[in-house]
Design a protein around this ligand. Sequence first.
Ligand SMILES: [Zn+2]
Length: 253
Amino acid sequence: MGLLTNRVQRSEIKPGDHIYTYRAVFAYSHHGIYVGGSKVVHFTRVETSSTSSDEQYSLTAECPTFPDCGFRQPNSGVVISCLDCFLRNGSLYCFEYGVIPSVFIAKVRGGTCTTATSDPVETVIHRAMYLLQNGFGNYDVFQNNCEDFALYCKTGLLIVDRQGVGRSGQASSVIGAPVAAILSSPLKFLLPSPVGVATVTAGMYCMGRYATDIGVRSDVIKVPVEDLAVNLGWADNEGGATNVTASTVQLMK
Ligand SMILES: [Zn+2]
C-alpha cells in the first residue's frame, strides 16, 4: 500500500479486513468487513419514510453468484453480500489500522486509515456476524454511516457526543467540530499574512482530521458487541428511538 492509495487486489484481503470502495466516481466511499468466503458484512441504510439515502440496498437485486447474497434481518441495516455486489465494479481498498500519526496526517484523503488499532481477527468477525444476526435495535446509533459500522467492528470503539453515539466518519472528519476549535485556538496567532493563512489552513485541516480520529479521541468508549443494545438503552425497546443521550451520560461517568 502506498501513501496516496490503499488500493489492493482481491487476493490480498484477509478475513476481518475493513475494506471499502468508492461510489459515484469518488463522491463517497462505502465500507464493510470482509468475513472470508467472498462475503462482506456491511451497513446500509434501511428504507424509511425519509428516503434520501446514499446507499439504499435493493432487496430485489439479483445476485448471480450467491443465493443468500443481500441477506439481512428485518429492519436491520446490516447486510451480507458477496464481494462482487459490494464492489459493484468499483475498485477495492483496504482501510489501515494502527498507522502512526505522521502517516495519518500525510494521507491526502480522509477516511482511509486510523491510528486506532484493530482487535484480533476473530473478535472483528464475531462483531460483524453478531450484528448481522441480531441487528441493532436502533440502527440510528451509527448515524447511517457504514464507516462507523466497520470502525466499530474493528475496534469496539464508539464515539460519544451530545447527539449520542456515532458520527466519526466521512462528514465530520471534514466539517466537524475541529473548525470551531481551530478558530478559538492559539494557532490563530500564526496567521501573519495571506500566504501564511493558506498554509496554516491546510495544516489545520490535517490537524483537525487528526483530532477527530477515533484512535486519538478521548470521547470514545469500548463496548462489547453483546452489550451494545443494553448499554445504549434499547434492549427493552426494539426498533424504537430511545434515550441514547441519557444512557450516554451514564457511560461517560
Ligand atoms: Zn452478490
